[in-house]
Design a protein around this ligand. Structure first.
Ligand code: GLY
Length: 411
């Protein structure tokens, strides 16, 4: 079986490594130095249509969309038009991630608890609203702006500065033509990844992602600096609340709006003392959440994907229920802003599995950094403390110039 995976990070390397257990032939676009070791990175493609032509010509059996960028370029619609099997939402459903105003409208329509909000396309009206609000806010661009369009602000002055940078200075381009000013809720975040087969949504184990660059969740937002699985805040009661008030109404909404698809839904939750709220949908797998989840997934990922594509009623996913997993992201100092690459990585050749390459390449038998997020190192243990310790022991075997990682993942 030939599988094509779209994306270039640790998530795509992890999907590839997991699928290798099912003896498939792997193709990646664009891929990275890690995916190059386990499959073929496709080159010289310049558009979704060229990618579609490649998949048809090479008889690709299933394509898995890793990064949301492809979804918003309508890759699923393009592939499905010519009868290619692809895992991911069509464009209209991908707007649940790509268009925050649509997403909030969907949540409101289906009674899904989400922080209260107002939308603005007029700078002055947004400023006036900020002047009169009495609660803490987050400012979000309508488009996802490569994951950067969420600005958490501490006070009115910061909020006004943020609004200025989005609506006047166009820091995020057209993504910021409309903004959402949302109430900032206090609580604990959780990531629930799931697979949707057009009939049911089957959640994975819970995960806790550490999104900020600095320790104690300070500094700029990143793609994710580490994850633990399971999330200690997802108690049984929280699971019941999530399923009843978020998952089930989401399913109902997807049916009624004719937005069903075969692919992944990632619920970004905030667990508060007043219950669980949905902050956002993503219509793909989380990175590095899935790298942390895979080592605990006993089921074949290929079977899970096929069950979605063939609309099997009950997709049963088996997990290592007594184990814990922790992922530390090793990055280049300066990320998510300016950083240097091209640094030689020492210790990688003897590093124990599981680990994934996020941004590095092999040149003349040497591994060299090539991106902001470089490696995902995973520790597994019988307790969360053991998993964290195992992960950091592995991290300490890796060295490169300007290496940066958070020392407080899971702590
Ligand atoms: N780890 C957050 C994300 O994948 O969006």
């Amino acid at each position: 079986m030939k599988i094509l995976i779209l994306g270039s990070g640790g998530r795509e390397h992890a999907i590839g490594k997991k699928l290798l257990k099912d003896s498939v032939d792997l193709y990646f676009y664009p891929g990275n130095g890690g995916t190059d070791q386990i499959g073929k990175n496709i080159k010289n493609i310049h558009s979704p249509s060229e990618l579609c032509f490649f998949a048809k010509k090479n008889a690709i059996d299933i394509t898995i969309v890793g990064s949301e960028t492809f979804l918003l370029e309508k890759i699923v619609d393009i592939f499905q038009k010519v009868g290619l099997k692809i895992i991911g939402p069509h464009y209209l459903a991908a707007r649940l991630e790509g268009d925050r105003i649509f997403s909030k409208y969907f949540m409101k329509k289906y009674g899904i608890p989400t922080p209260k909000y107002k939308t603005f396309d007029c700078y002055q009206k947004a400023m006036d609203f900020l002047e009169e609000t009495t609660y803490s806010v987050a400012i979000k661009t309508r488009g996802i702006a490569s994951g950067k369009g969420v600005l958490l602000v501490k006070n009115k002055a910061e909020a006004k500065k943020a609004l200025n940078s989005i609506m006047r200075d166009k820091k995020f381009g057209e993504s910021g033509n409309k903004v959402i000013i949302e109430e900032f809720l206090q609580g604990n975040e959780a990531s629930i990844l799931s697979i949707f087969n057009g009939k049911n949504i089957i959640p994975f184990l819970s995960a806790k992602d550490y999104k900020k660059i600095g320790e104690k969740e300070t500094g700029l937002n990143t793609g994710g600096m580490g994850t633990i699985v399971p999330n200690p805040h997802m108690t049984n009661d929280v699971w019941i609340d999530f399923k009843k008030n978020i998952l089930e109404p989401t399913l109902e909404g997807l049916f009624l709006e004719k937005l069903t698809f075969f692919g992944f839904i990632y619920f970004g939750l905030m667990i508060t003392s007043n219950g669980v709220y949905l902050l956002e949908y993503n219509t793909r797998l989380g990175d590095p959440e899935i790298q942390t989840l895979f080592p605990l997934m006993k089921s074949s990922f290929l079977h899970i994907i096929q069950s979605s594509l063939f609309q099997q009623k009950n997709i049963k996913i088996h997990w290592e229920k007594k184990l814990y997993s922790c992922c530390i992201v090793l990055s280049s100092k300066g990320y998510p802003e300016k950083y240097e690459s091209g640094k030689v990585i020492k210790g990688l050749n003897s590093l124990k599995e599981p680990f994934y390459i996020a941004g590095a390449k092999k040149e003349k038998e040497k591994w060299i950094t090539s991106s902001g997020r470089v490696l995902n190192v995973i520790g597994i243990g019988k307790s969360i403390h053991e998993a964290i310790k195992t992960a950091y022991d592995k991290v300490n075997k890796i060295h490169f110039e300007n290496l940066y990682f958070r020392q407080d993942i899971g702590l």
